[in-house]
Write a protein that binds this ligand. Sequence first.
Ligand code: FEO
Length: 597
Amino acid sequence: MEITKDIRYIGVNDHQVDLFEGQYKVPNGMAYNSYVVLDEKTAIMDTVDQHFTHEWLDNLQNALNGRQPDYLVVQHMEPDHSANIAAFMKVYDKTVIVSSQKAFEMMENFFGTSYEERRIVVKEGDSLSLGKHVLNFVAAPMVHWPEVIMTYDSYERALFSADAFGKFGALDVEEEWIDEARRYYIGIVGKYGKQVLSVLKKASSLDISMILPLHGPFLYKNLGYYLNLYQTWASYEAEKDGVVICYTSVYGHTRKAVEQLGEQLKNFNAPEVKVYDLARDDMSKAVADAFAYSKLVLATTTYNADIYPFMKEFIHHLTERNFQNKYIGLVENGSWAPLAAKTMKDLLANQPNLTFVNPVVHIKSALNDTNRQEIEDLAKVLCIDYVARDESRANKSDMKALFSIGYGLYVVTSNDGKKDNGLIVNTVAQLTDNPFRVMVSINKDNYSHHVIRQTGIMNVNCLNIEAPFKVFQQFGFQSGRNADKFKDEKELLRSDNGLVFLPRYINAFFSLKVEDYKDLGTHGMFICSVTEARVINNVETMTYTYYQKNVKPKPETQGKKGFVCKVCGYVYEGDELPDDFVCPLCKHGAADFEPIQ
Ligand code: FEO
């Protein structure tokens, strides 16, 4: 088959293979591609699988049309491409093999010779001229073996890409490229995202008009589509919105939970829901989809004080391929000592950037009403963004949206004429830069508000991420009206306005003079000019999010029912939190409490 005037296809289709690489079902067979480049010199690009020696040699002979092959370029030594090297070298005894040093070492292992007398060893950046065609070699280690090279023909602008951009399926079967290419990539190359990204970076500097892989069709239209998909897959980014549910079920109860979850997900606008029974469906499809979609639910039974074997195998497939960047829901079933959810979570514990969503569905044998509610709640949480994007179903008055504003945390210091005072706030913003104007909003119940109203000055101390929890206790959990928050400081540092600034745990402070004041009901907004400003160090600013994640002690909520204070972690036990409840530790109101999950 002619690909261009000078490049011929001489590959073969395999419809006999039962399992590709001994594990992947290939219902539409497999193609082992090989090419000939005809110029003043001729080059053969790889051989094919051992079962097709004569068909391939016939194809080669026809393409050569009486000419002799000068070079056999071996890009990859896996036997589906290298099995016929020895047979070829016997038939064509003048041909020289062009390959990487590592590939020749592998030839010694496979064939008992590394062709020392008939070889050219190439590395990254080397080139080989055939006439007008020049073959430029690009190292592609671990995509997906260590010896792999790719070859760029600068005359045709063709990239011979070895296994990259390949797919399952013979070339005489028509099917869409993407699903079988994704299953092939995730299954075979998926572990090596970093190495694929490195090759893609090299490819981005080449002017490529066609990609000629060792499996699947050659690609010459819309190459950006394929390159972008590889970029997504290699970066472990979700390719599609939707939820994949992978489950095992012994007597059907877990399956029932999965069916109900699937329905609920659709009710809550999930754009796509894919369900895999890991004992019966093709596991490689489940693995590929687990990587492709943004959210994954794992549902299984506790079994032999572990989890069901098919789920264990599935999770192993995920972890060995660097599974990451996903939302995970868990459903467990266990009749007397359920621990499947914990086991699944533990198995995934080292995978980066997985977000486990609540609630976990805990089934004890068969579904009950609590489970049905858990399933609905899980679906709701998994679909929160899908519902929020929906014009008709979104909650358009969800003031929690304001929590997404990025806040720093600051200690505002003041002095009532008798003692120094300090208060934690997160509402500080620069309004203008000419002149510099800064806004500070303070709850009117706080003593500092009262003091600053009277004195018209304050210092804003910008906490850095080294500030420990005791700083928040010192300035946030007691009132300056009846406590001396600086009583334990041996030496107080003061700015030009006479107010203290913190000796440690801050990266900057600035002194403010109140220019304007706005009464906002619960709070007062001070609009201020800047009279002094000092940078203390370059340590990162403490944000509200950082505080919540890393500084605030984890509240002891295990086995408790009630509400927990998001500011200090105080736990209120009870079914209902009174609207006027005030945290006895940090004095924040009911709005800053959330239910214990
Ligand atoms: Fe197609 Fe890695 O062999």
